[in-house]
Design a protein around this ligand. Structure first.
Ligand SMILES: [Zn+2]
Length: 263
């Protein structure tokens, strides 16, 4: 599932391929992924216009059009962007296909169809309406610490809650907590100041490593939890078999040896 590093790499991909080119056609193959816009309106607002620049907030990608609208993309479980030159190369699950005048294409490909696309006037209003917290990449240490004040929930729940902090999901929260040696169920009010600072530093490092590796098409280091986050997977540090628990409806992976349950 695309989280902050993946969406940031889609942003950079779009910047590299799809800006400042006139859109010739918009083909909506699965209108159910549209939110607050119908396919005719989307066609009208995009065709004959150009994307000028993009922004990202959490797991959302915003593409600014020269007519003052923003195309908003959310990649759900399996969404991604595919840019191609030959119309025969159209990907298998393109839900929306944008054709440019230079005969190239940008597809929103999404096998499982949990992705969402909208068109909005103002990016900040959208972020407010969705009640998104600050972006996990942009946030400073002081604001990060403030997120934990007067909260009681499990640290994993807090990190994954897009209304508190936008961009980190199930997979990267597992990685961050593994590297910080914190059990995912630990209540945030039990974490010492220093530990929260560690979580912050590790979060930034994890997101940066994941983004760098994504951009270079490389796998994550073997010392990370994520490559071992599979059935019967083992902790890369202690060789202990990883365990899973359900937290906020998601399956968390953790090492029972390195991430002791709070007493
Ligand atoms: Zn371990």
């Amino acid at each position: 599932m695309p989280e902050l590093p993946e969406v940031e790499s889609f942003k950079r991909y779009m910047d590299k391929t799809s800006l400042n080119k006139t859109i010739k056609s918009v083909e909506v193959k699965n209108p159910e992924i549209l939110q607050k816009v119908d396919k005719h309106d989307l066609k009208n607002k995009l065709e004959e216009h150009q994307f000028q620049y993009t922004r990202r907030h959490g797991k959302y990608l915003f593409a600014y059009l020269d007519n003052d609208y923003w195309l908003v993309l959310h990649f759900g479980m399996t969404g991604k962007l595919i840019y191609f030159k030959d119309s025969d190369q159209s990907p298998l699950y393109d839900r929306i296909l944008i054709g440019f005048k230079d005969k190239t294409f940008l597809a929103f490909d999404d096998p499982r169809k949990f992705g969402k696309i909208s068109l909005v006037n103002k990016m900040d209003v959208f972020i407010k309406e969705k009640k998104l917290g600050p972006d996990a990449w942009e946030i400073g240490l002081k604001s990060f610490k403030n997120l934990f004040k007067s909260r009681k929930g499990a640290i994993k729940t807090v990190l994954m809650n897009q209304h508190i902090l936008a961009g980190v999901g199930n997979i990267y929260s597992d990685e961050i907590l593994f590297q910080a040696c914190i059990h995912p169920k630990t209540p945030v009010n039990k974490l010492k100041n220093k530990k929260i600072e560690d979580v912050y530093t590790i979060m930034k490092e994890v997101l940066k490593t994941a983004l760098d590796r994504n951009m270079a098409n490389q796998k994550l280091p073997e010392s990370f939890l994520i490559p071992n986050r599979v059935e019967n997977g083992k902790c890369p540090n202690s060789d202990t078999k990883l365990e899973t628990i359900k937290i906020s409806g998601r399956t968390a992976y953790y090492c029972p040896e390195c991430q002791k349950e709070p007493i």
